[in-house]
Design a protein around this ligand. Sequence first.
Ligand SMILES: *Cc1c(COP(=O)(O)O)cnc(C)c1O
Length: 427
Amino acid sequence: MDISEALFARAQRVLPGGVNSPVRAYRSVGIAPRFIHSAQGSTVTDADGVTYIDYVGSWGPMILGHNHPNILQAVKDAAADGLSFGAPTAREIDIAELMISMVPNIEMVRMVNSGTEAVMSAVRLARGATGRDKIIKFEGCYHGHSDCMLVKAGSGALTGGHPDSAGVPGGIAEYTLTAQYNDLDSVRALLAANKDEVAAIIVEPVAANMGVVAPQEGFLSGLRALCDEAGALLIFDEVITGFRLARGGAQEYFGVKADLVTFGKIIGGGMPVGAFAGPKHLMEQVAPTGAVYQAGTLSGNPVAMAAGFCQLSMLNEHPEYYEQIERTAKLVADGMRQAAKDAGVPMVVNQIGSLLCPYFTDAPVENFAAAKSSDLDKFAAYFRAMLKRGVYLAPSQFEAMFVGTAHSDEDIMRTLTAAREALAELA
Ligand SMILES: *Cc1c(COP(=O)(O)O)cnc(C)c1O
């Protein structure tokens, strides 16, 4: 038994499944999870002292690599001033002003502590602002674990085999309608059947919790048009895509305007932060100016704001980072396609921006049903073979590979060498 395995045994006695978030338990890949001791740049080092090239990046936040010296310094400086006050601070204005300067169509921001909170609150705001109750989401899109969003959700809710959680009242789930990603007709049908009842359509502009599925030409702009027609709000859940696809996120990348945008992951620079944002006329409906209640004891925490502000500042000042990470992701995707072809293993690699995901299938993956057709046993074997060769991937088929600026050309070469060997082993 190595140290990670021993820690896992200990953890399982005091934490359900040994973890504080289900996907970390490695349930779908058939081994004990690696316990991480530390991380630097593009790598993580486990409790046994083994170092891996990391494509999880804390599920997205570490776009500039682990332990970036500027962010570390910003956190230390902020911490020296005090960890939390429960009172307004200048740092909250700094990050809000910066976000508003980077992201199109937002005029005001409310900071929260996680992506889940951000979505939950944005949905409440959409309901409050429209006076309607129903929400349309897409099968396989994940929007955190609030009750109304745990309907046909992706990510960890998928591999658990229970897309709908126990404990969510049927009456609440009834307000959540599900459409098919990349299928405007499925949205049209729901809007027609629920005329004047739909408060919002919420979408991951790139679906990154069923692997990685990009929106087809016209899908997002089609949602925009359908929302306008139906008097519903369009919510872009940019917890993954925000500050990742481009400085201004998916709205900038695809040129489609959302009414409300949710953020998480990157926005905290590794600290627990989320946010929702939109135009003034909507955001002022949030308490204390408006009737939509939302609050948080630790919201806008000064240390978290300092980390987020520092990371967003660097992304804002270095537009070339976006070209760099997209190029890296392309090289990895192309290399993996070639490796699969050479090994005779059926594989489709979806890639957009710095997000990518291999599926073990030979049919294109454009929606949730197609994502589910991937051979999950093959994925598990591939995951284990890559881990053995020093490449740390998300332990589930339905998660993205996250590329960041710290991934070097040597990391790419080592990753592709590992992939060639791993795929040859699978064939
Ligand atoms: C991760 C994620 C969330 C939930 O964020 P948490 O910080 O884990 O609560 C919501 N939406 C999307 C698109 C995500 O990827």
